[in-house]
Each structure stands twice: as C-alpha cells, then as structure tokens.
Design a protein. Structure first.
Length: 149
C-alpha cells in the first residue's frame, strides 16, 4: 500500500462516511496499519492510501499505553480544550515538512471500532495530538493548513 503524497487532491477532500464495516474495510484497515508501521508513522488516515473513507489508525503501542482502540471509523471530535500546546509535527503525505503546530491539549472523540462498537474517549497529550492530526486528514486538512501565517 503506497502512501499518497501532497498535492494529490484526495488529501484536500472531506471523506465519505463508512456505511458498513465489511471484510473489505477490515482488509483496508489491516493494510493501513502495515503501511503506517513500514513508513514509521504513529497515525494514518484512509485518504493517505488513496481511499475516500472516514477511517484512521494509530500506533498500537500508543493505543495500548492509553487503553484505547487503534482503529477509528467515522470519528468525530466532540470537544476541544481551550488550553493549547505547541509541538513539531510531520506528516507521511508531506515528507521532510516539519512545523510547529498548536493544538488543544485535551479532546473528546467518539467513533466506531473495527467491530462497529461505539467508543467515546477523553484524550490528552500525544494521543490527543495524533487524534487531531488524523481527524484533520478526514476533513481534508493538512498540517500546512494549520501553520500560523
């Protein structure tokens, strides 16, 4: 599975909701996890592998440390803290592009897991940052859109 690079138009598009978790969706997710690991990323959205679907995966170790799933389908960030933190971020779809990005320190997110079960998570720190970065992808936004001009 190839990582799609900027300026591919799929990276700038709000993605379609997943209507049903099929064996093909599970296969896609498996391929995404593999592609993320091979590319040494900590998150990957479906449009980064050329698929128009609201799905992202996160690093298994990060998920385990925070006791959360590593697969998110049709996610929605429902709350952002006013308190912001700044950190350097990169993106697999924009190699060699690293910038300081301000994001909420805490968020609440809801989504479906790989079995279609609803999950609600309060996230902080790196986990909150990864969720926001990957959620941005599903909305058609990249880190270059977040850089303060």
């Amino acid at each position: 599975m190839e990582i799609v690079k900027q300026p591919n138009p799929i990276l700038s598009k709000k993605l379609e909701l997943v209507k049903k978790i099929t064996p093909e969706i599970k296969e896609l997710v498996s391929g995404m996890k593999k592609a993320m690991i091979e590319s040494r990323g900590i998150g990957l959205a479906a449009n980064q592998v050329g698929r128009d679907l609201q799905i992202f995966v996160i690093d298994e170790k990060l998920a385990e440390e925070n006791n959360v799933p590593d697969i998110y389908i049709n996610p929605e960030i429902t709350e952002y803290s006013k308190e912001l933190g700044e950190m350097e971020e990169g993106c697999l779809s924009m190699p060699d592009y690293w910038r300081q990005i301000k994001r909420s320190k805490k968020i609440k997110i809801k989504a479906l897991d790989i079995n279609g079960k609803k999950v609600k998570i309060k996230a902080r720190g790196l986990l909150a940052r990864v969720f926001q970065h990957e959620y941005d992808h599903l909305q058609g936004a990249l880190i270059e859109d977040r850089v303060e001009k």
